[in-house]
Write a protein that binds this ligand. Structure first.
Ligand code: FES
Ligand code: FES
Length: 154
């Protein structure tokens, strides 16, 4: 066990944990941050995605010790003073989710995609979102929501 300090959504937490514990477990079980979901647990679906240094990170396969001191943003950290991020608002406006289980990963991945490419083409959206899986096949609504958000953020 070791004391590890994490910065999650602008707040600092110190947890006493086994250093190899996946970040996802610490977020959900120790810090009550439930935006990231446990899907495959193998780094393959994207449900557990968080953002670190402007990149998507699959927290189910990320040892907590590897992100000590890093600024970690989860779905809960996207809004500002109660105002939803444009991607979140677009998700509501387009009524994207079906069961909702994958949608943390979809929104976080879309946010990073638009940060890097504010006005993506359909092909660029498909490519950027390709590894974030949705069993409910909400892909067309995801694409529509990203294009809607791009009009606000571009
Ligand atoms: S739960 Fe992490 S990638 Fe599937
Ligand atoms: S909305 Fe059900 S898995 Fe994506």
């Amino acid at each position: 066990m070791a004391n590890i300090t994490l910065n999650v959504n602008g707040k600092t937490h110190t947890v006493d944990v086994e250093p190899s514990t996946p970040l996802l477990y610490i977020l959900r079980n120790d810090l009550d941050v439930h935006g990231p979901r446990f899907g495959c647990g193998l780094g393959q679906c994207g449900a557990c995605t968080v953002i670190i240094k402007g990149e998507t990170v699959r927290s189910c396969v990320t040892p907590v010790s590897s992100v000590r001191g890093a600024e970690i943003t989860t779905l809960e950290g996207l809004s500002t003073n109660g105002v939803l991020h444009p991607v979140q608002q677009a998700w509501i406006d387009e009524q994207v989710p079906q069961c909702g289980f994958c949608q943390n990963g979809q929104i976080m991945t879309a946010k990073v995609l638009l940060d890097k490419n504010p006005n993506p083409t359909d092909a660029e959206i498909r490519q950027g979102m390709a590894s974030t899986l949705c069993r409910c096949m909400t892909y067309y609504r995801i694409q529509a929501a990203i294009k809607r958000a791009a009009k606000v953020t571009a």
